[in-house]
Write a protein that binds this ligand. Sequence first.
Ligand SMILES: Nc1nc2c(c(=O)[nH]1)N[C@H]1C(S)=C(S)[C@@H](COP(=O)(O)OP(=O)(O)OC[C@H]3O[C@@H](n4cnc5c(=O)[nH]c(N)nc54)[C@H](O)[C@@H]3O)O[C@H]1N2
Ligand SMILES: Nc1nc2c(c(=O)[nH]1)N[C@H]1C(S)=C(S)[C@@H](COP(=O)(O)OP(=O)(O)OC[C@H]3O[C@@H](n4cnc5c(=O)[nH]c(N)nc54)[C@H](O)[C@@H]3O)O[C@H]1N2
Ligand code: SF4
Ligand SMILES: [Mo]
Length: 747
Amino acid sequence: MVTSRRKFIKISALGVGGITLSASAVNLLASNPLLDAAAKKNLAKKLSRTATYCEVCFWKCAAWAYTDEEGDIKKVIGNDDDPHCNGRLCPRGTGGLGMYSDEDRLKTPLIRTTINGEETYREASWEEALDLIAEKFTEIKQKYGPESFALLKHGSPGSHLEHLFKAYGSDTIAEPAYAQCRGPRETGFGLTFGSWVGSPEPTDIRDTKCLVLIGSHIGENMHNTQVQEMSDAIDNGATIITVDPRFSTAASKSSHWLPIKPATDIALLLSWMHVLIEEELYNKKYVEKYAIGFDELKAHVKPFTPEWAYGITTIKPESIRETARLMAAAAPATIIHPGRHVTWYGDDSQRERAIAILNGLLGSWGNRGGFYFKEKISIPKYPHPAYPEPKWGWHEIGEQYPFAEMGNTSEVVKATIPNEDNPYPIKAWMIAGTNLINTLPQREQTLEAINALEFLVVVDTMPMEITGYADVVLPECTYLERYDGIRSATNRHPSIAVRIPAVKPKYNSKPAWWISKQIGDRIGLGDYFNYNDFEEVIEWQLNKMGTSLDEMKKIGVKNFERTSGPLFLEEGQDYEFGTPSGKIEFYSQQLADLGFDPMPVYTHHPQPPQGFYRLNYGRSPMHTFSRTINNPYLSDLKSENTLWVNPKVARILDLKKDQPVWLKNQDGILSAFPIKVRVTERIRWDSVYMYHGFGHNNKKLTRAFGKGASDAELISKIVVDPLMGGTGLRGNFVSILTEDPHKNTKV
Ligand SMILES: Nc1nc2c(c(=O)[nH]1)N[C@H]1C(S)=C(S)[C@@H](COP(=O)(O)OP(=O)(O)OC[C@H]3O[C@@H](n4cnc5c(=O)[nH]c(N)nc54)[C@H](O)[C@@H]3O)O[C@H]1N2
Ligand SMILES: Nc1nc2c(c(=O)[nH]1)N[C@H]1C(S)=C(S)[C@@H](COP(=O)(O)OP(=O)(O)OC[C@H]3O[C@@H](n4cnc5c(=O)[nH]c(N)nc54)[C@H](O)[C@@H]3O)O[C@H]1N2
Ligand code: SF4
Ligand SMILES: [Mo]
């Protein structure tokens, strides 16, 4: 264990407030997002509405927050004109109101202090907290240079603080949504098609004839319009093929479920290519016109027969052939979905390359029912002086990964642990909107880094685990109480959405834009924050875009015509891809030149030893990561996770339904809390499964504390992606304990 001056403080000094809910969760969600038009109208009569976009996850659905005469928010409902949601929020978005009404919220700034030898927090004014932070910004800059102050962030607060950090001179910025999430797929697709997948994914699911999901569990992964479109595709008779060691919700909607042996997907992908090429089922015209390296690919996949893949994946050769033919029959209206959380086994960029190549063989990229050419509108930059040039930044620190395109949280962690050989030591962190304790693998390493910091400030809305390690905690108000940047994301056509405060910030909380400006003003960067209120920035930007704040307050979302050309390729159209060759690269010279495999190769990954099971995890449909577990409405719907165990395993270990068990991983790490057993055929016998995000260990989270187990605490082993630095998380194995391993250590 790490002993520390920066001991985790359970914020015990702050009394636990009573829990009063302003509306029953059941009522709130029973009166469902799918309100009919009449009901919406009725609501509009009694209540006033404010435009916002959801922050419960990063699909960013535009919504209306309805408030009553007393200024209480009553409901959050999707905006009908929004292409991210089509007027319907997912259950988490509807329950987003709970982020606002949660009584456990952070209420006022806190400063770490020692009273009678005990570390604790004391409440502070914003003046005092901001002065202290400003002092530290100045001190770190003088002692080490601004680059030594890192920003770790996720979501909307991040962009405001990123502006502050860049103005200050630090580009040491990273977020877990890259190296623990999407990074490898952006690298794999970037190398193949010369384009990131991005968010929302440009998958034309609504018009697809065949959707192949490789571990992508849409339906539990509740990304709104993807779920809607998948449901439409099913109604329209599309073939759904799901490759997942678990019988996921998506698998239950599929005509073909391939229960693959974990960690063997590349073998399946290669043999699918083999079948398409050997049986001449691939899209010849498309490949000839748009791709390079076909001959090399053909020779490469020749040995990878379905019989070969069967021995590795446990998927029968007939199934592999049959599904390959189905994909080809529907092509180019076939999507092999890139997935999203793809940091699995360390060869993830290469697996994503294989997925991209398969789409290329089928002609899916740029064709209806496959992938569309996405477009977004750029938001005019509010004027400010140029940023200073940092001497080093995220790119220089730690291991070098040639295809890394964003900061890597794990490398920031490592560069913070004192080491004489490190030319780029990091000394202070600001963390905003990310609960690194439950988000990063190798928790001991994260704690070691935190322990070494000279200063840590955390900006959050809730007393999450990470706040307990801070020197200063700043309470941000929730998305329903603040302005934020204009949402502009890629889609079939460009659109923008605004976030306007529906109510005043509760308690003594403040928005991140204000926090950034206050710190900026204090450290002599006032020129970068040339406004009194963020409203002015948005208004200026909207005017430049030919609309206005007044108009956007009324409509919430504005849709624009495409200007970049059609959504799909026209017959025989010339097209230049963003790769070095201008073509879809089946063979990557870039990879070959750097000594990597130019075409994906299957490598064996360790399988669980006797008595151990692979720790598999995924999304709870009712929750987002660890952030919503304490939400009063959502915790009502799903308060704890369970451990999915195959009946065969239950029999061997004599496990019963709902029996509490503890987990011990390959490194001897124990789960802090028990988790109840769910015996189900839906998981293979070699793995166990749990929803991510549970098992909170901060008592201040009164609803979430001790509920279920945390997958994150058991992920002590990672396999790093050599191309972009992603941390493969799915190579951890656990044994199941039926006796409380903590019973003799409890105080
Ligand atoms: N073990 C494991 N690790 C994972 C994953 C996994 O499945 N398992 N998934 C990975 C993936 S795909 C991703 S994208 C990342 C996600 O990583 P994170 O985004 O870090 O996930 P959360 O645990 O939800 O932490 C969000 C934090 O932001 C706070 N917050 C919420 N809203 C606001 C706000 O408006 N303002 C501020 N200032 N704070 C706010 C929450 O209270 C919480 O502390 O995790 C990755 N890590
Ligand atoms: N409700 C909800 N929805 C969310 C989120 C949320 O927190 N809550 N988070 C959003 C975010 S940021 C992300 S990144 C996405 C993540 O969602 P996705 O990208 O869809 O899924 P993953 O988390 O990668 O994968 C989970 C699935 O992979 C399967 N799996 C495990 N190992 C293997 C294997 O070796 N091979 C194969 N083929 N499958 C395997 C698991 O059984 C599980 O069904 O979800 C998004 N949507
Ligand atoms: S998908 Fe759900 S949680 Fe995510 S932004 Fe949309 S409504 Fe909010
Ligand atoms: Mo993610």
